[in-house]
Design a binder for this molecule. Sequence first.
Ligand SMILES: O=C(O)[C@H](CS(=O)(=O)O)OP(=O)(O)O
Length: 234
Amino acid sequence: MRNIEICLSPELIHLHDLKGKTVVVVDIFRATSTMVAALGNGIKEIRTFASLEECKSMKAQGYLIAGERNGHKVNGFDLGNSPLTYLDGKYAGEKLAMTTTNGTLALSKSQDAEEILIGAFPNFSTTLDYLKSIDRDILVHCAGWKGRFNLEDSLYAGALTKGLEGTHQSEDDASLALKSLFEKEGNDLKKFLSQASHAKRLQNHNIEADIDFCLQEDSIDLIGKFEKGALTKF
Ligand SMILES: O=C(O)[C@H](CS(=O)(=O)O)OP(=O)(O)O
């Protein structure tokens, strides 16, 4: 049996050993859901940045630039952080540089891993099947919210732990607790997560449709994987 463990926030990632592992970075609302939507609708590659300045500088290299802070598009950027932006294939063939409040920071803190994937509900089963097929321990890195635990990323981590029961054992308390939470609440994600602080924040921004997209399972059939500094469809 291989192992699966969960890191509840980027603030705790230094307590985990990433070497030799596949790290699944998850930011359900909304960064990793948006990345899956972008790749599934023809974006060729995504480069992610923790800082606005670094991201903005990619414009000169022909990248579309997406910048979000506190749920809002940043002035001077082409796009914000909505998955729906990409759904009509409007940006197919483009390369994207992206910075968000939580998700891109978690990615930048995952670089010591053997392999980095992005996790989201829209590509849940495809990612799960891939994780079952590889012979490697897994760490789910929840982006959380500004260093804090959040419900939606944690519930996704619990769903993966449950889905990998046959191939991966979990020994950490976070995995045991979140698998149990998913078993109890996973049958109606939207109802349960409507109580989540992040969902309430996003509802205040009038982006209910984004939330629906982020919680819809298996609408996009791809694995998002980092290779040579860029996220691409695998
Ligand atoms: O745009 C989002 O969904 C969030 C905004 S915030 O965390 O509420 O400020 O950013 P993300 O990096 O996708 O969590």
